[in-house]
Write a protein that binds this ligand. Structure first.
Ligand code: AP5
Ligand code: MG
Length: 215
């Protein structure tokens, strides 16, 4: 299964991706997680990406496209993958079409999680993220078993550097201006499956499995 998961910042892409990758035994590729790892390791990509991420802007396409091209060529992606946070503008979507054509593969579906802005802001400001594995929690809706500690790997939970009210505003502007139009690109290919995102994590996951049921 080769999938994309789309939706505004805080829509629950990472939360659902963690469930989907286990259920379908596919690799989860989050460009945001890849950039945060690069920032932590202070690689050249990380230093470049940080300048944009901290302002809630998109990292330049040449950086992002190369990262994804290299990642999709890795062996584990042959069993299937779920791309989360890419493509984020129409230029990246056109580039992804080329990358997939080079690999001689096609996407099966684009899952689009829909959530209102007011709820997005609450989800983002209440989010706590694992410093090691990137798992997402929420101070009210999705608490870890032990406060401040990741259920999955036992590492420390922190608030992401770009989860400030100010940065969220520009992330939402970027989403509506540049990322939402990507949906039309995939609607033309008949791939978009809309999933209502203002429900519990389990209910949303059940609906994702339902829309993917035909595969
Ligand atoms: P990225 O890491 O992709 O961030 P994002 O798109 O802003 O999305 P988030 O990770 O914030 O939200 P999510 O949908 O994963 O929500 P989550 O599951 O965590 O990108 C970060 C930055 O990197 C970008 O701004 C950009 O600068 C750069 N970047 C990344 N990709 C790029 C690209 N392709 N090109 C250029 N630049 C790129 O959930 C959110 C919260 O809600 C959590 O607290 C969670 O516990 C909670 N929650 C989830 N589901 C529910 C529910 N059903 N009910 C209640 N709470 C819930
Ligand atoms: Mg995420």
């Amino acid at each position: 299964m080769r999938l994309l998961i789309m939706g505004a910042p805080g829509a629950g892409k990472g939360t659902q991706a963690a469930l989907i990758k286990d259920a379908y035994n596919i690799s989860h590729i989050s460009t945001g997680d890849m950039f945060r790892k690069a920032i932590k390791e202070q690689t050249a990509t990380g230093i470049e990406a940080k300048k944009f991420i901290d302002k809630g802007q998109l990292v330049p396409d040449y950086v992002t496209n190369n990262l994804v091209r290299e990642r999709l060529a890795e062996a584990d992606c042959a069993k299937g993958f779920l791309l989360d946070g890419y493509p984020r503008n129409v230029e990246q979507a056109v580039e992804l079409d080329k990358i997939l054509a080079e690999l001689n593969i096609k996407l099966d579906a684009v899952i689009n999680i829909t959530v209102d802005d007011k709820i997005l802001i609450d989800r983002i400001t209440g989010r706590r993220t694992c410093t090691k594995c990137g798992a997402s929690y929420h101070v009210v809706a999705n608490k870890p078993k032990q406060e401040g500690i990741c259920d999955v790997c036992g590492s420390e939970l922190i608030q992401r550097a770009d989860d400030t009210e100010e940065t969220i505003k520009s992330r939402l502007e970027v989403y509506y201006g540049k990322t939402e139009p990507v949906l039309s690109h995939y609607e033309k290919q008949g791939l978009v499956k809309n999933v209502y995102g203002m429900a519990s994590i389990d209910e949303i996951f059940a609906n994702i499995k339902k829309v993917l049921g035909e595969f």
